[in-house]
Design a binder for this molecule. Structure first.
Ligand code: 13P
Length: 255
C-alpha cells in the first residue's frame, strides 16, 4: 500500500511572514485529512519558522534543494545536516529548474539524493523531459537516463525511502497538464525502471506527478494506478487551493 504524498513546492515565493500566514490558514483546513502525507517545501529562509509552526501537525517539512557535501567552502549552499537540524523530512533534488537554470547534471542530482538518504532525509527525486524531447519521441529515453544515472548509487535497502516526481518540463507553470493517460504511461515506465534497479522495493516507491496540478485536475491524475501523489507549484501557494488538492476529491465534490 503506497500512502499518497501531496507536496507543495513554493519555489522562490513567500517571505517568512507570508509563509506563516499560509500555515495558519492551511493547518486547520487539513487537520482531519488522514491516509495521505502532506508536505510543504518553503524557501530556505522560511524553513526554520515554518518547521516550528508545523510542529505536531500532520504536515511535514521539505527543502527545495541541498548540496551534496556536508560542510565546507561552498558559499551560498545548504547541507543535509543543516536541513535535518531545522526538521526537514524530505528534500527535493533535480528539479528541472535547477537542471536547466543551474546546469545540474544527472550525476550531481544523484549525489544529492544519496547525501539526503545518508542523513535521514527522504529525497523527492525529479525527472522529466522537455517539449523537444517529447516531440522527438525521446521522452522515455530521457527519463530512463535520468533514473539510471541519478539512482546508480542509491542502496537497494533504502530504495523505499525514495519518492520520484515525474514533471514534464512543458507542463510546469504553463497550465498545460499531461493527460492522466500519458502521465500514467510514463509512471508505469518509471516503475519498471525502478523494478529493474531495486526489484520488489519498486512497488513501494511513491511516484508523484507534477506540472500544472490544480484542484480541478488532481482527482483524475490520482485515479491512475501508478500516480501516488503530486508535486505542486503555483496552485500550492494559496492555502485553500492546496487544501483542495490534498483531498483530491472528484471536482464536483471539491468546491
Ligand atoms: P506548477 O504546478 O506551477 O506547474 O509547478 C510544478 C512544479 O515545478 C513543482 O515542482
Amino acid at each position: 500500500m503506497r500512502v499518497p504524498i501531496l507536496a507543495a513546492n513554493w519555489k522562490m515565493h513567500k517571505t517568512v511572514a507570508e509563509a506563516l500566514a499560509f500555515v495558519e490558514a492551511f493547518l486547520p483546513s487539513v487537520r482531519d485529512v488522514e491516509g495521505v502525507e502532506i508536505v510543504i517545501a518553503p524557501p530556505f529562509t522560511a524553513l526554520d519558522r515554518v518547521g516550528e509552526a508545523l510542529g505536531g501537525s500532520n504536515v511535514e517539512l521539505a527543502a527545495q534543494d541541498v548540496h551534496a557535501e556536508l560542510f565546507g567552502a561552498f558559499t551560498g549552499e545548504v547541507s543535509a545536516t543543516m536541513l535535518s537540524d531545522v526538521g526537514c523530512r524530505y528534500g527535493i533534488v533535480g528539479h528541472s529548474e535547477r537542471r536547466t537554470l543551474c546546469g545540474e547534471t544527472d550525476a550531481e542530482v544523484g549525489a544529492k539524493a544519496t547525501t539526503l538518504l545518508r542523513n535521514g532525509i527522504r529525497p523527492i527525486f525529479c525527472v522529466g523531459e522537455s517539449l523537444d524531447e517529447r516531440e522527438a519521441g525521446r521522452a522515455f529515453d530521457r527519463v530512463g537516463e535520468q533514473l539510471d544515472k541519478g539512482l546508480a548509487k542509491i542502496p537497494s535497502e533504502q530504495a523505499e525511502e525514495l519518492v520520484v516526481a515525474y514533471e514534464p518540463i512543458w507542463a510546469i507553470g504553463t497550465g498545460r497538464t499531461a493527460s492522466p493517460q500519458d502521465a500514467q504511461e510514463m509512471h508505469a515506465f518509471i516503475r519498471d525502471c525502478l523494478a529493474r534497479r531495486f526489484a520488489s522495493a519498486a512497488s513501494s516507491i511513491r511516484i508523484q506527478y507534477g506540472g500544472s496540478v490544480k484542484p480541478d485536475n488532481v482527482y483524475a491524475l490520482m485515479a491512475q494506478p501508478d500516480i501516488d501523489g503530486a508535486l505542486v507549484g503555483g496552485a500550492s501557494l494559496d492555502p485553500e487551493s492546496f487544501a483542495r488538492i490534498v483531498r483530491f476529491a472528484p471536482p464536483e465534490e471539491s468546491k
